[in-house]
Design a protein around this ligand. Sequence first.
Ligand code: URA
Length: 233
Amino acid sequence: MAKMRLDKFLSESSAYSRKEIKILAKTNRIIVDGKCAKSPDEKVDENSIITVKGVPVPYKKFVYLMLNKPRGYLSATEDAHDPVVTSLVPEDLQHYKVFPVGRLDKDTEGLLLLTNDGQFDHALMSPRKEVKKRYFARLDLPAQHEDIEKFASGMFLGDFTAKSALLEITEDPCEVFIEISEGKFHQVKRMCEQVGKKVMFLKRVAIGKLFLDENLSPGQCRELTGNELELLK
Ligand code: URA
């Protein structure tokens, strides 16, 4: 098991800063495997049992968050003009420095994953993996049955030909579900335009087998459970 400094372990796994960890060690508030830690450069490993002020701190390098993205937010970590999705991450998880996994347009709502695990991001977003993304859309005009065939047969969108996509028309034909396995710029909106409809509202409801937790109101964010993470791996 690779060894690391105590302050690295704690700064990755908790919201304590290195400065705070130094003070906590000096004031005997950190216990490592039953012994009081004396200094932040003490060597520990991922299996070390560590408590700070009596509270256990398990080792955690990566976090995986589900956000119900509200409209008006950019899928970015910083921007000079608009609010960004990472500002919605709860304070106690801010130190993980997460970034959005893929993008939703500023006016799109719904399921957006955030992580600090680059490999996870790549595995989900790589076009070769063809992970399905499911959207709910409200259109300005009713969808027609012939549109289903056009979505399924792979549409030419000017700069690329979209892979076969699923269009499901609900009881109200202005409300549809669309499933795509790519994530090209404005793809859903462009596919709808191609069949003569304008998207008035767009919400992502699922990525692969993971559905948005409808108990999360727009702007709310929480960590994925172990089972949810398994659905994506
Ligand atoms: N397709 C779009 O047009 N917009 C999104 O935000 C996501 C998919």
